[in-house]
Design a protein around this ligand. Structure first.
Ligand SMILES: CC(C)(COP(=O)(O)OP(=O)(O)OC[C@H]1O[C@@H](n2cnc3c(N)ncnc32)[C@H](O)[C@@H]1OP(=O)(O)O)[C@@H](O)C(=O)NCCC(=O)NCCS
Length: 212
């Protein structure tokens, strides 16, 4: 756990030009506080199997830092969040090693699936501020999601840059392109929720379901 903390700390020195010293990062970098509390909550969630305590830690982290990470989310090493406020990482999200998220990023569900319903990011993925990723989408390693992009149920290949609403592929392996993204193939663990109208759930039918 301590080694993981040191790696998260080093990720700040690597990614944040405003980080002046290790001590300053430990004391003042609120996303580091959020990530550290998440790592404790995740440890309790997976190993100690205490259902309520990890959720309470996650609520405390959200209250203190503005970053909401579900304790069940899987996050790799050397994770860096810049600024932090407004970041939401849902329960079944998976994030590889060396990923970078800016403030106001949402890794959410569409409201149309149960089970695996949140995004999976490969290694070394950057997600710009305000980007919204919905559903069990896959983002390949070394890819970048531009600030304020909107990606819903479409996958991003590795070594790519996507931007816009809806997100389009503008770079692949260093070369400029302008391509639509491939729709996400549902993993076996993503279970579609019956259509809201079928269930007689009129409020959800009107809104088309929302991120959860
Ligand atoms: C997407 C991003 C990572 C750059 O990736 P890149 O692979 O280096 O892409 P490029 O900079 O070569 O840009 C490719 C094209 O996309 C455009 N573009 C880049 N980011 C964009 C965005 N968020 N929205 C719209 N267009 C964007 C560029 O203008 C460029 O088009 P042009 O050549 O016609 O001008 C970067 O622009 C970005 O959005 N970073 C997020 C940073 C952030 O959130 N900072 C917050 C600090 S508080």
């Amino acid at each position: 756990m301590f080694e993981t903390f040191r790696e998260d700390l080093r990720a700040i020195q690597r990614n944040d030009p405003a980080a002046k010293s290790v001590l300053e990062s430990v004391l003042c970098h609120t996303p580091l506080h959020a990530i550290t509390l998440y790592r404790i909550a995740h440890w309790l969630h997976t190993r100690a199997r205490l259902p309520l305590v990890p959720r309470l830690i996650s609520v405390l982290a959200h209250f203190l830092t503005g970053v909401e990470i579900h304790p069940a989310a899987k996050i790799g090493r050397r994770f860096f969040i810049d600024h932090g406020t407004g970041v939401v990482i849902g329960e079944t999200s998976e994030i590889g090693d060396d990923c970078v998220l800016f403030h106001n990023v949402t890794l959410g569900g569409t409201g149309k699936h149960r089970g695996k319903r949140h995004p999976t990011l490969g290694d070394n993925v950057l997600v710009g501020t305000g980007a919204i990723l919905l559903g069990p989408v896959r983002v390949g390693s070394n890819s970048r999601i531009g600030a304020n992009s909107f990606l819903r149920m479409h996958d991003v290949p590795p070594n790519s840059t996507v931007i816009g609403i809806p997100a389009r592929l503008v770079k692949r392996d260093g070369a400029r392109v302008d391509l639509a993204l491939e729709p996400t193939e549902l993993p076996a663990t993503a279970i579609p929720v019956p259509d809201a109208a079928e269930r007689g759930d009129t409020a959800r039918a009107r809104t088309g379901g929302g991120p959860e």
